[in-house]
Design a protein around this ligand. Structure first.
Ligand code: FAD
Length: 324
């Protein structure tokens, strides 16, 4: 059993940040185990992705290039990764804790009867054991979890590791074939609808979020105005989403998105543990709340006690002056 497989998400030749982050994590594991870092490049027209995988530090690349493998469908990609794992017997199979990565990891772990450690935020290798740090109890505790035997399947949250880039490896990939014929794949992708504008919450470096304190849908206007000036995504608490002021896709927290931006600005959010579960790993947290006792201030590095309807426009004006 040897090798650290990293699943390289890709679409139309593009590699999302989370795949680059997984290559950094994969390198840490591979070096810790003294094993090879093997990138799994699966899709259609993947030559550029193969080159990029080497450039991100892969020792080897296993490449499957077939129209049935793009866009991603777990019924096509899952059996292929399972078959590669049965053939090569890697120590670890690593994927990002994204929608695709979670889908794939669950499929692969179930089919291989392997242990799965999901949603980690850190890793270390001790005595040839890969230990994954994962937040538990809504992020109140960090557990160290590992698998005692066989291949270990791991997913790690986005923005937990820096992106691998420009390592400069090169080589040629070992090509492998798809294992499921198109006719045997139950789901078909008929097209994609682009979302109108806005910055993706999970990819954002900066997030400005509003809670019940915004007091209505129009209360998100100053939140959006600051987000626009900062090039930020807009988040929300569940209270604001449940009130119908903003769509669910903006919800941050235990039952919403888990985010880890460089800067998280929470306006009119009390800081309930379920909200914290989705944002407490943010690098810098700024809270704006008129109640000095609000729990969010215990988590925030910077707190502004005041009315968000005064503070947000003042910040927007100041930032737009400085950033323009
Ligand atoms: C199983 C479960 C899952 C949950 N999942 C989530 C989740 O994913 N995400 C989530 O967010 N919540 C979640 N919740 C709900 C969570 O418990 C809280 O109810 C919710 O986070 C509260 O949202 P809030 O902070 O916006 O509202 P509140 O707690 O009502 O806080 C509003 C804050 O705004 C401040 N304020 C009011 N007016 C102003 C003003 N003009 N200027 C400045 N400050 C002002 C107030 O002082 C107050 O602190 C979940 C709950 C459960 C039980």
């Amino acid at each position: 059993m040897s090798g650290v497989f990293v699943f390289i998400e890709n679409a139309d030749g593009q590699i999302p940040a989370i795949a680059k982050e997984m290559m950094t994590a994969g390198r840490i594991i591979a070096d810790g185990l003294s094993e090879d870092l093997v990138a799994l490049v699966i899709g259609s027209d993947v030559d550029d992705v193969v080159d990029a995988a080497f450039d991100m530090g892969a020792d080897d690349v296993l490449a499957a290039d077939d129209e049935s493998l793009a866009p991603f469908r777990v019924e096509a990609v899952g059996p292929l990764v399972v078959s590669l794992a049965q053939d090569k017997e890697p120590s670890v199979i690593l994927a990002g804790a994204s929608t695709r990565g979670r889908d794939l990891a669950a499929w692969v772990a179930a089919d291989l009867d392997a242990g799965l450690v999901a949603d980690g935020t850190g890793i270390k290798v001790e005595d040839d054991v890969v230990k994954v740090t994962r937040p538990v109890y809504a992020g109140k505790l960090l557990a160290s979890v590992f698998v005692t035997e066989g291949t270990q399947v791991i997913t790690l949250r986005g923005r937990s590791f820096p992106q691998a880039d420009g390592i400069g490896n090169s080589g040629s990939a070992e090509t492998v074939d798809a294992v499921v014929a198109e006719d045997d794949i139950a789901s078909k992708v008929t097209g994609f609808a682009a979302k109108d504008g806005g910055v993706s919450l999970t990819d954002a470096n900066i997030i400005v979020s509003g809670g019940r304190g915004v007091a209505g849908p129009e209360g998100f206007e100053p939140v959006q105005a600051l987000a626009d000036v900062l090039g930020a995504a807009m988040g929300a608490s569940r209270a604001a989403v449940d009130a119908g002021w903003i769509p669910y896709e903006h919800q941050v927290g235990q039952t919403g998105k888990t985010v880890s931006p460089d800067l998280y600005i929470a306006a009119g959010i009390s800081g309930a543990i379920q909200h914290q579960a989705g944002m407490r790993t943010s690098k810098v947290i700024v809270a704006i709340n008129k109640d000095p006792e609000a729990p969010i201030f215990k988590l925030a590095q910077y707190g502004i006690v005041g009315d968000l309807f005064e503070v947000l426009p003042a910040l927007t004006e100041e930032f737009s002056g400085r950033l323009s």
